[in-house]
Ligand binder design. Structure first.
Ligand code: NAG
Ligand code: NAG
Ligand code: NAG
Length: 289
């Protein structure tokens, strides 16, 4: 489907010409991390499972800790070659100025985001995150409904309003952990982001009711306080998703560099493969001797 390695920067450069910003290039190590997660078929250290990517689909999705020890990262994965999708969230402060109508009718009641209290403490004169301005990711599932699969990323040391890296549509976009999935629906769903983040990934066709359906989006959360930009570390008042995203780019690059290609986990697949081939050759040789 997607052109790989050498051709990607060229394709992205071309597609960037008509628009001002369409996300950043995926560094090679992150690209091989993405590829290796997809080829791993399933997570071996599930921090929690039983989640759904869609209401109609299976509950084969999990929060994966396979690289928690090595890189201090947590991501959402699915069974087989799946990651998860991107539904669209419009919760948060409602601002007539920043809504271009794609969130649905302006009479829709907008829910507050989960860290509204922490965000107000930043004392920026803003009452809540604005889905049209702040690229945020809905991560973690909390609810009281019986049977609702739960996972709070705080259990593993992820901080509210910390940076989340998103690999979508062959690019890398930086957002903020801004909300939990709640138990307002029937299923414990994963794979959701604010409309501004979804637009950075997929363009203006994204609306409040129309997200990205394929399970090929990688959401990476980073453990620790150094992943939190804080009140001064991001341009929260910019009023523009691209300016906001740029303001956390240095932090994002630094966090993504936690994922190094040399660590054993990334190459687990090829190690298993080599070991298997080695064993077969050994058996064949021993038959000849
Ligand atoms: C956006 O939607 C229009 C009209 O439905 C369609 O023609 C176009 O291909 C879509 N573009 C993308 C990038 O999905
Ligand atoms: C935030 O972005 C706005 C709009 O571009 C700009 O005027 C302002 O100087 C920026 N603030 C900071 C702290 O960078
Ligand atoms: C709404 O957005 C505009 C443009 O970014 C900004 O100037 C204004 O302060 C915002 N209003 C509220 C209530 O956040």
């Amino acid at each position: 489907m997607a052109p790989k390695h050498l051709f990607v920067p060229f394709v992205i450069a071309l597609s960037q010409l008509p628009q001002s910003t369409t996300g950043r290039e995926i560094p090679d190590t992150l690209r091989s991390f993405y590829d290796s997660i997809i080829s791993e078929k399933s997570c071996s250290n599930k921090l929690a499972d039983g989640f759904y990517s869609t209401e109609e689909g299976s509950d084969n999705f999990d929060y994966c800790g396979d690289y928690l020890d090595e890189f201090d990262v947590i991501y959402i994965s699915g069974k087989g070659n799946a990651l998860t999708n991107m539904d669209v969230d419009c919760d948060g402060a409602y601002n007539k100025t920043t809504d271009d109508g794609r969130c649905g009718s302006s009479t829709d009641t907008q829910g507050q985001t989960s860290f509204q209290y922490e965000f107000e403490e930043y004392d920026l004169g803003l009452t809540d995150l604005d889905a049209n301005v702040h690229p945020y990711v809905v991560f973690g599932n909390v609810g009281d409904t019986e049977g609702f699969a739960e996972y709070d990323p705080k259990w593993d040391g992820v901080e509210p309003l910390s940076l989340i890296a998103v690999v979508c549509n062959n690019k890398l976009v930086y957002g903020i952990w801004g909300d939990y999935n709640g138990d307002d629906g029937d299923k414990s769903l994963v794979g959701e982001a604010s409309i501004s983040l979804a637009t950075l990934c997929y363009g203006d066709n994204i609306t409040g009711g129309n997200g990205h359906d394929e399970d090929d989006v990688l959401y990476i959360a980073f453990v620790g306080t150094d992943a939190v930009p804080g009140a001064q570390g991001a341009n929260w008042t910019a009023g523009d998703p691209e300016i906001f995203e740029d303001s956390i780019a240095d932090l994002g690059d630094q966090l993504v560099s936690r994922i190094t290609g040399s660590a054993s986990g990334v190459w687990r697949q090829s190690t298993v493969y080599c070991a298997t081939v080695g064993a077969i050759v050994a058996v064949m040789l021993s038959n000849f001797m």
